[in-house]
Ligand binder design. Structure first.
Ligand code: TYD
Length: 216
């Protein structure tokens, strides 16, 4: 059996995009490939990724609500997810692949709902103890085409194309502000396996130490 090797400290890589960009398929392919190289990989998502955060997710996705309530619930879910799932995994040396994170809040609650960035930045910092991803992969898709591929649209997808356009512009603004952290890719340009291979080459992951080297 293949031994899982890890390196400390771990790495957080997040995935962002508007609806229908194919994030989860890419994350699955990437996880399989990284594991086959021997890395300890945790794939998780926001909102959710821990027991309490998954319960908050249901409340958010199943109810219309005031935009401030929505913001606080996303941040509450994030604080719980960060402390119970992300931080321990990073500490033990895992590569954490997270489907959505702080940039989704800037794009959805900020750019699309009109909440000021300064407030979102403050709450993101509190929820994550200022932990930024090493890389953020942004999968860019034409909002209209993305929405067409939604089989069971959530309440954000039901808001329509104009809303998704604002969300996309919010992400593009985050990319301009954080050019070193973001990797922007055209969604579904290649099969997920090929995109995962290309990404691994760009992630600059440190080579794994063998047990012998680690002891030295
Ligand atoms: P989900 O069904 O997981 O959508 P997707 O597959 O596109 O990620 O629903 C999560 C929704 O929550 C998605 O529409 C984006 C939204 N969202 C925010 O509005 N703010 C946030 O901070 C996060 C993490 C997600």
């Amino acid at each position: 059996m293949k031994k899982t090797r890890s390196r400390a400290p771990g790495t957080l890589i997040t995935f962002e995009g508007t609806e229908g960009a194919g994030k989860s398929t890419l994350i699955e392919a990437l996880k399989l490939q990284l594991e086959s190289h021997g890395y300890d990989v945790v794939s998780t998502r926001e909102p959710g990724g821990s027991r309490v955060a998954e319960q908050i997710r249901q409340v958010i996705l199943e109810n219309e609500m005031n935009r401030m309530t929505e913001l606080f619930l996303y941040e509450a879910a994030r604080a719980e997810h960060y402390t119970t799932t992300i931080a321990p995994a990073i500490k033990r040396g895992a590569i954490v692949l997270c489907d959505r994170y702080i940039d989704s809040t800037f794009a959805y609650q900020g750019a699309a709902r009109g909440i000021p960035d300064a407030l979102i930045a403050k709450l993101n910092d509190i929820a994550t103890e200022k932990t930024l991803p090493r890389f953020t992969v942004f999968l860019d898709v034409d909002p209209e085409a993305g929405l067409k591929s939604a089989t069971n649209p959530n309440r954000f997808e039901r808001e329509g194309t104009a809303f998704q356009e604002k969300v996309r512009r919010g992400f593009l603004k985050q990319i301009r502000k954080n050019p070193k952290r973001f990797i922007k890719l055209r969604a579904k340009q290649f099969p997920a396996e090929t995109m995962a291979e290309k990404l691994i080459a760009r992630l600059k992951l440190k080579p794994l130490k063998t047990k012998m080297q680690a002891r030295r």
